[in-house]
Design a binder for this molecule. Structure first.
Ligand SMILES: [Fe+2]
Length: 312
């Protein structure tokens, strides 16, 4: 089996299911769904009577996991809450590609599970690339053991630009006020200090933030290792602090990650990536520890509406 063929499709077995019977079905099958997720990293549920954000909220709630709220997260994406636990995936303009990443791996707290719900698919593009990072780890190790050593030894540091007020033209446009959950510059500095981050106020009261060191590789429950980070998304897609020439991601010892290494990781990831085209009402559940995701750009008059819910 190709390493791209990891997505497990789960059939509920009946076309006549109602939302209530679907929720009961989850309750009765939760253990087997979880063991499949642990093994494959991604599960697709299709053709369920889940139409609206409220239905999707009920679907996610049926798993009884702890909610990971957008509001409290340090996510750098602009999203709009639809219910307490359901929000839009990213308000970035449709031309923008969001490169492969593990959700919030650039922050100290990140969700275990990501539920996506396709309320409406786009006509052209808009697919969600999925890549197993345990396989990516193995492939990088085969090609360049020294590179894996560097990531394991030093971890990574991220530099993010947080705008003064939301900036909708980018995939990382959430304001520093919302990202940090603060109202004033003074409160922002206290929050950053507590996080162990460093910062600079730059033109127009925007904020350049450098994180502390985070792991770049995560050991999973089954003993395998996952290339768990934002190295690709940050180096290929994030805005760079051009004033001070700071890269969005470096090794934890502040050394630059060579461009040739980014290219190698990107090519290996590409060879392992499954490009999933959305169909209306699809629900995708991914294990954020094992599987990276992204978003291809899209076009067409019919808007793409993919909603998300995060849990632990
Ligand atoms: Fe994401």
């Amino acid at each position: 089996m190709s390493k791209k063929d990891f997505l497990q499709e789960i059939k509920t077995g009946s076309d006549s299911m109602t939302l209530t019977s679907t929720l009961n079905w989850i309750d009765n099958n939760k253990v087997s769904i979880e063991s499949q997720l642990e093994e494959c990293g991604a599960i697709l549920f299709s053709n369920l009577p889940v139409e609206e954000e409220g239905d999707f909220d009920n679907f996610v709630s049926a798993f009884n996991y702890e909610t990971f709220t957008y509001e409290e997260s340090l996510s750098n994406a602009v999203r709009i809450n639809k219910t307490n636990k359901v929000f839009t995936a990213n308000e970035a303009p449709k031309e923008i590609e969001i490169f492969l990443h593990h959700e919030m791996a650039q922050t100290p707290t990140y969700p275990k599970n990501i539920f996506f719900f396709c309320k409406s698919s786009s006509l052209e593009g808009g697919q969600t690339p999925l890549c197993r990072s345990d396989h990516l780890y193995e492939e990088i190790l085969k090609e360049d053991e020294g590179l894996i050593d560097e990531f394991e030894k030093h971890g990574v540091i991220y530099n993010t630009l947080m705008s003064n007020g939301d900036e909708l033209v980018s995939g990382q446009g959430r304001s520093w006020q919302k990202t940090l959950g603060v109202k004033s510059k003074n409160e922002a500095e206290i929050k950053l200090e507590n996080l162990g981050y460093s910062w600079d106020w730059i033109d127009g009261d925007n904020l350049s933030v450098t994180t502390r060191t985070f792991e770049a590789i995560k050991e999973l429950k089954d003993g395998t290792k996952s290339f768990f980070n934002q190295v690709l998304a940050a180096s290929l897609g994030w805005k760079k602090n051009l004033d001070d020439d700071i890269s969005p991601v470096t090794f934890g010892n502040n050394q630059e990650i060579p461009l040739s290494s980014i290219q190698l990781i990107s090519e290996l990831a590409e060879s392992l990536t499954l490009l999933r085209k959305w169909k209306d009402k699809d629900i995708l559940l991914i294990d954020n520890y094992r599987v990276m995701h992204g978003r291809k750009s899209f076009s067409g008059e019919k808007g793409r509406e993919v909603l998300v819910s995060l849990t632990n």
